[in-house]
Design a protein around this ligand. Structure first.
Ligand code: ZN
Ligand code: ZN
Length: 177
């Protein structure tokens, strides 16, 4: 029986009461209940923006997830770090609100996609490969199964909030490996 690690992944609890253990790091999905059985979320996963105008579905299991501490994520969210989950290529479909979807495209780095009605963050998208998309985890309607498995850009972490001592690998800049 593994002891539950403290902090991090279970913050805020889950509506289903399901307990989730950290089972691996890196790109591997962290998908297991405390009794060791794998937990696969029901597909498609669905989610929506703050006002509910933009709705989407994801038809394949998420690949991995992580926290980003970069200053863009700080300003984008008004918080110290942001959790996003990488989707399998081609698995995202917008169900409603397509006309409200806007993007901020910095000259370097991923485009930040959001709902222009409520300002709610939706996902980020690679400039080089539009198939590379990371959905903001706060937009999911239900437990997506995957758990953040790393912390990136910690060199820029907000001075006003300690980085949680959750055992996740930390990268000063982008995630490696
Ligand atoms: Zn909205
Ligand atoms: Zn970031």
């Amino acid at each position: 029986m593994l002891a539950r690690s403290r902090g991090g992944v279970n913050e805020g609890g889950t509506s289903s009461g399901r307990q989730v253990e950290n089972v691996s790091f890196g790109r591997k999905m962290r998908l297991a209940t405390l009794d060791g059985r794998p937990f696969m979320p029901k597909l498609p996963l669905t989610g929506h923006c703050l006002c509910g105008s933009v709705r989407y579905e994801i038809t394949k299991p998420l690949l991995f997830a992580g926290y980003c501490h970069c200053t863009r994520c700080q300003r984008r969210t008004g918080t110290a770090a942001a959790a996003s989950a990488r989707i399998a290529p081609g698995s995202l479909r917008v169900l409603s609100g397509q006309e409200l979807i806007k993007a901020w495209r910095p000259p370097d780095g991923f485009a930040k996609i959001f709902c222009s009605n409520c300002g709610g963050a939706l996902w980020s998208q690679s400039r080089e490969d539009p198939e590379v998309i990371s959905v903001r985890m706060g937009t999911f309607d239900a437990d997506p199964g995957v758990r953040p498995s790393y912390r990136a850009y910690v060199a820029y972490a907000a001075p006003w909030e300690p980085i949680p001592d959750d055992g996740l690998p930390r990268f000063p800049e982008a995630r490696k490996g």
